[in-house]
Design a protein around this ligand. Structure first.
Ligand SMILES: Cc1cc2nc3c(=O)[nH]c(=O)nc-3n(C[C@H](O)[C@H](O)[C@H](O)COP(=O)(O)OP(=O)(O)OC[C@H]3O[C@@H](n4cnc5c(N)ncnc54)[C@H](O)[C@@H]3O)c2cc1C
Length: 263
């Protein structure tokens, strides 16, 4: 089984996210990191490989992003991927989620994977839709929010986290599966793996090399247009009740809750 894992470089959780009003795009300056949700997808690939139920011939990390996104690929390789593919081209800048999914599918088509794994969302865009778009372009079944993966009769039996419980779904391969963060506890990369990551094969692909129609990507090929953003309204200041006399404090809290019909 050949597995491709989609990974993305995102601003670090500590960076305050903001839209750049000039470009209408997320300001991606500052510290960046591998999208934490993607580490669960890489770990899921590693668990399939180590489980022994199926022979995993290759785990390939795939990203679309600017030159710096190569750091996310190195991290993915340090976590277990065998090699990586970087789709990187000026023509892709400004792609919305539909164009991004189309471009990623084109890169994946060259790889012919049996299984495509993704995280449930990205920590910056949070569109939750890349998996479904990629699956549609590849004409593969799409499963989301998968929290358990088992190999059965050449396919997969997946448990999906649904709103009111769990769905068990069997799917034939090839398929596109986005995993929930409850699926596993990603491992930490070893120092040796971190040091060796830059030596693992990395292919950089231009849009033309991936067979991408330039009219379907970039700002020109994207239907979504950013039209504005507003800061959330400021929250009114909270009320601090000092606990000097516990009975009086409790009475004050109860009165506060009763006033708002909370008790
Ligand atoms: C109008 C518009 C303009 C935009 N312009 C730009 C731009 O100029 N530059 C820019 O960087 N972004 C841009 N974006 C955002 C970019 O399109 C999103 O990053 C992309 O749509 C993916 O959505 P997401 O990250 O929210 O994916 P989600 O669906 O939330 O993520 C699910 C999973 O998909 C995978 N994934 C997502 N994106 C990638 C990727 N690029 N490579 C590999 N795997 C991926 C990850 O595994 C992730 O865990 C723009 C979006 C819009 C709407």
């Amino acid at each position: 089984m050949k597995i491709c894992v989609l990974v993305k470089e995102v601003p670090d959780a500590g960076v305050r996210k903001r839209i750049d009003p000039a470009s209408g795009r997320l300001d991606r300056s500052g510290e960046r990191t591998l999208n934490p949700y993607d580490t669960h997808a890489i770990e899921a690939a590693m668990v399939l490989r180590e489980g022994g139920e199926v022979e995993v011939s290759e785990i390939v990390a795939v990203t679309m992003g600017p030159e710096g996104a190569v750091r996310a690929l190195h991290k993915a390789v340090s976590l277990g991927a065998d090699r990586s593919v970087h789709l990187c081209d000026e023509a892709l800048v400004g792609s919305d989620v539909a164009a991004t999914g189309y471009a990623l599918a084109a890169a994946l088509e060259r790889e012919q994977p049996d299984l495509v794994l993704l995280g449930q969302q990205s920590d910056d865009g949070e569109c939750y839709t890349v998996g479904a778009i990629v699956a549609d372009h590849l004409r593969m079944p799409s499963l989301t929010q998968v929290i358990k993966l088992d190999v059965v009769d050449g396919g997969l039996r997946c448990e999906r986290q649904a709103e009111y419980g769990y769905d068990t779904v069997e799917v034939a391969l090839p398929a596109v599966v986005s995993v929930g963060d409850a699926i596993n506890e990603p491992r930490y990369p070893s120092l040796k793996a971190i040091m060796g990551a830059k030596k693992k094969p990395l292919a950089t692909l231009s849009a033309a090399e991936a067979g991408i129609d330039p009219g379907r990507v970039g700002a020109g090929g994207s239907g979504a247009v950013w039209s504005g953003a507003q800061e959330p309204p400021a929250k009114p200041a909270g009320q601090i009740i000092e606990d000097e006399d516990t009975d009086a404090t409790v009475a004050q809290i109860i009165a506060w809750l009763e006033q708002r019909k909370l008790i």
